[in-house]
Design a protein around this ligand. Structure first.
Ligand code: DX5
Length: 233
């Protein structure tokens, strides 16, 4: 883990997390420039071609990304065997690793291993997976990710049916008595971000909305102002 790249603690305000899945990798450093003043951290969507029908990045790309931005990195493991990748991504310099509840490995053991390496631990649910499958892990995570699209590709449309699941998760986190990020990922843009934040999400992963904009950091700055202005949480 890269000691000087810390995932901030939740502070009740929504924070935007750009996902580099939609970034222009021919000029990654340029695409990320300025985001360090606007975004909470950056997400790397890791796909294995089995858990999702797509292939994306490995630990080597994560270490390259770590060198391209001062922001902390979150590795979202959309893989069948997340246990295999925890150590390699920790070595690559990520600060938070999220595993899917639906993956094959022992999720409790994965969360324990992530934290044993000094990283923050996240648990993700596909849209169809009920929140009840996550409740027994809530005491062992720093972040709960509710997918608002079927995982595998950027640029999909937001699933509004997840809004009630977000609110239910926010109530479950409130009952914990300690801060846990409630992250949403998929189809989050200037229109859906306020809806998700109002439902209780405070970590908003955005890929296409950020990196299809000619001025990614300017886009995030304006959306931040809009979200803070409404004090949605
Ligand atoms: C899906 C990915 C995407 C990505 C964000 O597996 O997790 O949701 O991060 O994509 P956009 O913001 O382009 O929908």
């Amino acid at each position: 883990m890269n000691k000087n790249k810390i995932i901030p603690a939740p502070d009740g305000r929504p924070c935007i997390v750009p996902s580099v899945l939609s970034a222009d990798f021919s000029c990654l450093k340029k695409s990320l420039r300025g985001l360090e003043r606007q975004a909470g951290w950056v997400q790397l969507d890791v796909m294995d071609g089995h858990f999702v029908p797509n292939l994306s990045f490995g630990p080597h790309v994560a270490s390259g990304l770590a060198a391209a931005t001062p922001l902390a990195l979150d590795a979202h493991l959309m893989v069948e065997r997340p246990g295999m990748f925890i150590q390699p991504f920790a070595r690559a310099g990520v600060s938070l690793i999220t595993v899917h509840q639906e993956a094959e490995d022992d999720i409790g053991a994965c969360l324990k291993k992530i934290r044993s390496l000094g990283l923050k631990a996240g648990l993700a649910l596909r849209p169809k997976t009920p929140l009840s499958r996550a409740l027994k892990y809530l005491g062992r995570v720093d972040l709960l990710l509710l997918m608002t699209v079927e995982p595998g590709f950027g640029g999909q449309s937001f699933m509004p049916g997840i809004l009630s699941k977000i609110s239910e998760a926010r109530r479950a986190i409130a009952g914990l008595g300690r801060p846990v990020w409630l992250q949403v990922d998929g189809g989050i843009n200037e229109d859906t971000a306020p809806l998700a934040a109002r439902a209780g999400a405070d970590s908003l992963v955005m890929g296409k909305a950020v990196f299809s904009n000619p001025d990614p950091s300017g886009f995030v700055r304006k959306l931040n102002a809009r979200l803070k202005g409404k004090q949605l949480l």
